[in-house]
Write a protein that binds this ligand. Structure first.
Ligand SMILES: NC(=O)c1ccc[n+]([C@@H]2O[C@H](COP(=O)([O-])OP(=O)(O)OC[C@H]3O[C@@H](n4cnc5c(N)ncnc54)[C@H](O)[C@@H]3O)[C@@H](O)[C@H]2O)c1
Length: 385
């Protein structure tokens, strides 16, 4: 069987989720090309070696530039903080490597344009990892919408809420600085919500936003975290938070639907509350990632006496492209399986030359929506795209 060599950059949360997918996708799916786990790259050799030992990467390195340039590397998986996405993706594309990139796509629209130009020029396959598109219930929602089950779309209503930085003593990691994260919840969570909205409802044409920063100063992180100039509080061991803690915005879609987005990492009790509701002329769809195999559906076309939201367990073949490769119906799949589906589709794109979605075009569109909503929050004006 044909094989292609993968290098992964980033060894922590996403490094692990992606390694699992690269290693195990071929065990569950027929794949025309098999990925070979070649090199794991991190900031420290011990961390990279540990990822390599655990997941079967053949080598470990701390020098991503050398690895990306190696002729035996075909695919570069970028699972690093946002501020490295542009430089790494452009370098990988220029070296002729297919790029599998984590979200948020970039720090800015300007970076996103450069990244798209680089992959267009080199002709490599490009993918931005909005894994939730590949959850079974989300695929079922897409199918119901495409089949006209809920009719003309009126409303998108989403909330993506977490609580991991509510504690004011949570340190000033890379996620909390503009130069390393771009935005706070706005892009970290909002990039996923915008991607789901674009996938399920369509293009966004105008936005009006509000943003808040609740904790403005935090303790500097310990050794090993992202390094940056910590601003005025550095001398006292604290630094300024320079991204939003919460962002709410409303949107107009090209098809006339209206949408709302709530994004916060200050919602106690909400761990990974990625939810959306879609209302249409014939019915409604509700999704909550924390119950990710289920989709709630309402149909106005049910007999009046039987109307009400019903819960569909999206684990049947025919509801979802990939589910039959896992377990029998009702046996549930999880967060990690979305990454396997992305790997399968990515390798298929390389094999066939068909684009995978979401890709760098979607990444640019995501950054344009996020950039416009941030600009609206700053100016107090509605912003058209
Ligand atoms: N799709 C999802 O569900 C999801 C979930 C969490 C995070 N993410 C995204 O994944 C990316 C990584 O997030 P994370 O939580 O794994 O971050 P993290 O901070 O836990 O880990 C970052 C990794 O990048 C490595 N790294 C940093 N600088 C490097 C360099 N110069 N050379 C080589 N390696 C370097 C570090 O060694 C570390 O292993 C971010 O863009 C984040 O937004 C996506």
């Amino acid at each position: 069987m044909k094989t292609l060599n993968v290098a992964i950059i980033g060894t922590k949360f996403m490094g692990k989720a992606h390694s699992n997918a690269w290693a195990n996708a071929p065990r569950f799916f027929e794949m025309g090309i098999r990925p070979v786990l070649k090199v794991a790259v991190g900031t420290d050799q011990a961390g990279a070696q540990q990822l390599a030992d655990t997941w079967g990467w053949e080598e470990a390195s701390t020098d991503w530039r050398t690895v990306v340039a190696r002729p035996d590397i075909d695919i570069v998986d970028i699972s690093t903080p946002t501020y490295l996405h542009c430089e790494m993706a452009v370098a990988a594309a220029e070296a002729g490597k297919h790029v599998f990139l984590e979200k948020p796509f970039a720090l800015s629209v300007e970076q996103a344009e450069r990244m798209l130009a680089a992959v267009e020029k080199s002709g490599v396959v490009h993918y931005v990892n909005h894994n939730y598109r590949r959850a079974p219930a989300v695929r079922l929602a897409k199918r119901l919408i495409d089949d006209g089950f809920i009719g003309r779309l009126f409303h998108w209503r989403s909330a993506y809420l977490q609580d991991w930085i509510v504690d004011p003593d949570f340190p000033l990691t890379w996620h909390l600085r503009q130069e390393t994260a771009g935005y706070g919840a706005h892009a970290d969570l909002g990039s996923h919500s915008v991607d789901l909205a674009r996938y399920l409802v369509g293009d966004i044409t105008a936005v009006t936003g509000l943003m808040a920063n609740f904790i403005t100063e935090r303790p500097l992180p310990g050794a090993g975290a992202a390094t940056f100039s910590a601003g005025s509080g550095e001398a006292t061991g604290t630094g300024k938070v320079t991204v939003d803690d919460a962002s709410f915005f409303v949107a107009e879609f090209a098809n006339g639907a209206l949408g709302s987005f709530e994004l916060s990492r200050f919602a106690p009790g909400r761990k990974n509350y990625n939810t959306f509701e879609i209302y249409g002329s014939e019915g409604s769809i509700v999704f909550n990632l924390e119950r990710m195999n289920e989709l709630q559906v309402f149909s106005r076309n049910d007999p009046a006496y039987a109307q009400g939201f019903r819960t569909i367990l999206a684990t049947e073949a025919g509801q979802h492209d990939y589910i039959a490769n896992w377990w029998p119906p009702g046996h549930m799949i999880g967060y990690e399986h979305e990454f396997h589906h992305a790997v399968v589709d990515f390798m298929h794109a390389i094999e066939t030359g068909e684009a995978i979605q979401p890709n760098f075009y979607d990444g640019l569109a995501e950054m344009q929506v996020l950039g416009a909503a941030a600009e609206s929050a700053r100016s107090g004006q509605k912003k058209s795209l």
